[in-house]
Structure formats: C-alpha cells, structure tokens
Design a protein around this ligand. Sequence first.
Ligand SMILES: [Zn+2]
Length: 411
Amino acid sequence: MQGYGVLLGVLIALLIGLAAGKAWERYKLVEGRWVDRRRTRQSPHFILGLNYLVAGQVDLAIEQLERASRLDPGAIEIRLVLGNLYREKGQVGRAIQEHQSLLQKPRLNRIEHANVLVCLGLDYRRGGFVDRAVAAFSEVLKLDPENEAALVNLEKLQEDQHQWQEAYVTRQRLAQIAGPPDEPRSQLILAFLEHEMGLQSMKQGDLVEAARRFEAAIDMDRRVLPAFVHLGDVRMLQGDVTAAIAIWEKSMDEAPDRAYLALERFEQAYSKLAMESRFVDLCKRLTAAAPREWRARAALARYLTGKGQPARGLDLLFEALEHNPHALAIHQAVWNTLSAMDLPRQLVARYVEITRQSVFYLDPHVCVRCRYRSTELLWQCPHCHEWNTFIEDRIAPATDTEAEIPSGVTT
Ligand SMILES: [Zn+2]
C-alpha cells in the first residue's frame, strides 16, 4: 500500500513538472508581466503584418510587426524580418542596429546565430560596407559551412571586386552542396569565371596562360561565347591568323545569332590573309541564315563603302533598316554614307520613307531574369548579377513573322 502511495506521489510530481515545463515554454516574464508566447504568434498584429507583407505594403507590415515584437521582444524571427524590411526600405543603419542587437542575446543557438549573421551581412552589402559583409558571411560559414545564402552572397561580393579566383572556389563549394541537379548552372558560372581569369592573364601579357584559361572555359561550357572571341584574339596576338579564324568560326557554329560578336575581327583577319572575298561571303551567309540579322548587313555595307561602293552599301543598310528600324547604329551608318555621297535627294527621300513608321529606342538588350536593360550585350547582369541572361529585344515590323529564338540563355 505504501509502495503504491510513493508511486502515486512520483507520478503527480512528474505531472506537475510537465505542466510547469509547458507553462514555462508558453509563458514568459517580460518587463515584470507574464506573456503568453503562443498568443504573440497568434496576435492580430503578427498575422496582419504577414498579410501586409504578402500584399507588398511594407510600411503597414512594419507597423504591425513592430507591435507584435513589443508583445514578445524575445521572438527572434519577428525581429529578423523587421530588420530585413528596414533594409528593403533603404534604412540600412536601422537594419544593422536591429540585427546587431539580436547578436547580443544570450542563448542563441548555432543556427539562429548564423541566420542573424546572414541578415547582417546582407545589410552591410546593401550599405556598401564590403569588408564587413565579407567578414559576416565568412563568420556564418564557420558556424554553418553549408550555408548557401552566405556562399551565394560571398560569391557575388568576390565577383564585384573582380576576385575571380576566390569566386571560383566559392562557386565550387556551392556546386558541391547543391549536387547534380545544379551542375549545368554552376558549370556555366565556373566557365564564365574561368574566362574572366583568362582576361586578367591577357591584360598582364601572359598569352599562354590566357589561352589555357579560355580553352578551359570552352571545355567547361560551350555557351561562354566571349571565351571563343578572346581565344581568337590571343591567337591573333600570337600571329596565328588561321587559328584565330578557326576558333571564331567555331563560336559561330555554337551560336549563329551571336556571330556578329566576331564580325569586325573576321574582317581584319581576312584582310590580313588577303582573302577579303571570304568576309563578303561570310556576311552574305549570315544574312541569308537570319534575314533579320542586321549586323552582318551593316558590316558588309561598311566594308563596301570603304571599298568605294557606297551606293551598294546604302542598299544593304536600307534592307537592314526595314528589318530593324530601331537599331540606332544603322541610322548612324546611313547618315555617314549619305553625307559621304553629298546627300543625294532621292536617297534621302527613300530613307525618310523607310523610317516614317519607326520606333526608336536605345537599350535593346534585356536581362531575362530581372528585366534590366542595356545598350550593349552584357555577360553578367549589373542588377541581378546573374550570368548569361541577356537577350536582344526587338520591335518587329508588322509584316515580319520570323521567330526569334535566342540561344545560350539560361533560365
Ligand atoms: Zn538581371
């Protein structure tokens, strides 16, 4: 009977302990009063804040989350989000302050600590404090070596500073963590980074190393067209014109719609070999393959004008204009040629007729990821920092039905 009583006592003690534990978990002493943590999470302010956030109403979201945070100052995630919202609003100093104060909290576990540091690193990056951002992300990686957010941000910071070798190592770590599904994307980025290292070697006059880098980039991913272009440049500098032409031709096979990247180079190389008819053939071939490819026409026009045949050149430019009325370079070439011919009245009238319906704009290259626009083709987007995302936006004349299928675009 006594044994039974002891057992009952132990059981009751256990139950009281459990209830106390639960209560401790749920209630918390804040500024002298007990706060129900679960209620904080269920408070209207928290939910309202999230709703405003989803609706994109940042100011109202901040207001509600600040009230929720006052109910339970210990809720780290609310304050993390609040700090991030300050940053998104451009209040970097306030974001840094909010996130730094979280670091002072006792009993942060390793993952919480890493999460706060990632947010702080983003604040520093936004504020332009590069060294502090690098330090924060490096610190995260000490706590959590596989933290992808820290690695991605570190890589972008390294790229911004042209630390291509360091960015390469960081991307390798990311590729390893992400595993096979991510392989093609990482491979493309690694190839672009390899190409950048080749350009650095080229600037330093080390042509052998530059060529090795460009070849490695091409082996890694054949979509890295600038590696073909610059490998040809190295061959030209080394005096091997035939090899240069061969590599540029390979780039044309890879992406015919970007063959124009090497057009001027082809012109110089063929003239060096006294094979200028090959250049004429090349331009004609490109035009036939893609009737809307105006750059081959413009290049041939420039060549013909240079050879004393401006009227034939002008004809080609007018053809190019009909397909691409918005390309400023063609208009400039037309006016150069017309001036050189002393502005023949009939040809000027034809130009006016062709351009009557034209729409002009200056920045036809657009990033498919963030819609950033640029006047020239870029290999890395200055806005979203993604590689190989630019396509050429075109305003098609109403009669033109040829489909534009850009190559080498990653999604
Ligand atoms: Zn972009």
